[in-house]
Design a protein around this ligand. Structure first.
Ligand SMILES: *[C@@H]1O[C@H](CO)[C@@H](O)[C@H](O)[C@H]1NC(C)=O
Ligand SMILES: *[C@@H]1O[C@H](CO)[C@@H](O)[C@H](O)[C@H]1NC(C)=O
Ligand SMILES: *[C@@H]1O[C@H](CO)[C@@H](O)[C@H](O)[C@H]1NC(C)=O
Length: 372
């Protein structure tokens, strides 16, 4: 060990000891961190955290530390957009309600300056913020770094050798090692600010994973990919889901208060190549979908960090039979068609005309809906 490293180590140990006495509630964690000092190559003062991710995330939708200035450490798990990254604490607490992951909002310039890669151990200095893009949205907890002061410090060795982040699996065996099962019926049936009820409430279950690396086991698509490249799936090909139907979709049952919180939205991210579109009933070649549980556009959603390839489930569109009379002189046929927000432009009119002739059998009287 060089002289400089001795000085770094000493100041590391001293700063750790100082924080040990400063926060008696977290003695075990601080002691655990003490062990990692010798391998540091970075500035111990900038690397020393003063709070953990699970303390920031807490057991509510909103962080108890919103607005506080913090120094918090984690391992980079995903760079999924141009404005920041996700990181996770490899040393989790025993409470499944508190998430171990968080989004770090650096702005574009900050992300370039930080130059982090997945797997890097970092300490982030910034302000805890609850981001909501509209008043109906749930909050996404994030650390906002100050662009002027380099807010992200790379701290190799910070967590010692145990720094590999294993995804939490969403599967059928709750309580299995690292495995959790989502609630099947209730979206949310208590107050927004009550403590998280992850066994019963879908919104609370996903909040407890917010910012964490998650793998959905054996997903099957219960909806086709939409124009924002998002697809809805359930885990284990629906083996432990409720309401799967013969068309490989999933049906809500308001009469039994079953609104399918087990549906998980997979979305593409800048970390992967955009997957081919899913059709209902498709599974994935890789056997699981891995990504980071986040929140945006009014939904919890899994931002994919590994490429996936849909594997066809062979579902075909249904075709209803229609009655077409042989003698049109003595029979009158009626049809109705919702031509959805119709106005004359492009190829839509001829496509709709073709459907009226071929799929509807050219009814004599046709009622149209949504003509603008
Ligand atoms: C935690 O660290 C941040 C960033 O350095 C600092 O602004 C804040 O005052 C510290 N909080 C405590 C309680 O020490
Ligand atoms: C970014 O980090 C990599 C690996 O740590 C290093 O090789 C590279 O020089 C860095 N780039 C900049 C612009 O600092
Ligand atoms: C929940 O708590 C947040 C933050 O403390 C507050 O802004 C919000 O108004 C509360 N919502 C309800 C429904 O009490």
């Amino acid at each position: 060990m060089t002289g400089t490293n001795h000085v770094l180590l000493l100041s590391c140990l001293l700063s750790r000891l100082a924080s040990l006495f400063g926060s008696p509630a977290d003695v075990e964690h601080q002691w655990a961190l003490l062990g990692s000092c010798p391998s540091w190559h970075a500035d111990p003062l900038k690397c020393t955290p003063n709070i953990t991710i699970h303390e920031i995330q807490g057991i509510h939708q909103y962080s108890p530390y919103a607005g506080a200035a913090v120094a918090v450490a984690g391992v980079v798990t995903g760079i999924v957009d141009r404005s920041g990254f996700y990181m996770q604490d490899p040393q989790s607490d025993d409470d499944p309600r508190t998430s171990e992951g968080i989004y770090v909002y650096t702005h574009k310039a900050g992300l370039q300056a930080a130059n982090v890669s997945v797997g890097d151990m970092v300490t982030v200095r910034g302000t805890v913020s609850e981001f909501r893009y509209d008043s109906a949205a749930l909050p996404l907890t994030e650390i906002v770094t100050d662009m002027d002061q380099q807010g992200v410090t790379k701290c190799p060795g910070l967590f010692g050798p145990d720094s590999i982040i294993h995804p939490v699996s969403i599967g059928c065996h709750a309580g299995g090692p690292g495995e959790r099962t989502p609630p099947l019926a209730v979206i949310k049936n208590d107050g927004l600010n009550d403590s998280l009820d992850i066994a019963e409430d879908g919104l609370d279950f996903y909040e407890s994973l917010e910012g964490m690396l998650v793998a959905v086991k054996d997903p099957i698509a219960v909806g086709a990919t939409d124009r924002f490249a998002a697809a809805w799936v359930v885990n284990n090909r629906g083996a432990c889901s409720s309401g799967c139907n013969s068309r490989k979709g999933i049906t809500a049952a308001p009469e039994t208060n079953d609104f399918n919180p087990e549906r998980i939205q997979l979305v593409t991210s800048s970390a992967i190549r955009r997957p081919s579109p899913f059709t209902v009933g498709d599974t994935v070649l890789e056997g699981q979908a891995e990504g980071i549980m986040s929140y945006g556009w009014d939904n919890f959603r899994l931002l994919l960090t590994k490429n996936i390839t849909p594997e066809s489930g062979g579902m075909q569109p249904t075709r209803n039979s229609i009655f077409v009379p042989e003698d049109r002189a003595t029979h009158l046929t009626f049809g109705s068609y919702n031509i959805e927000n119709f106005h004359i432009s492009g190829e839509r009119p001829s496509r709709i005309a073709k459907q009226i002739v071929e799929n509807l059998g050219a009814p004599a009287v046709l009622a149209l809906q949504e003509v603008q």
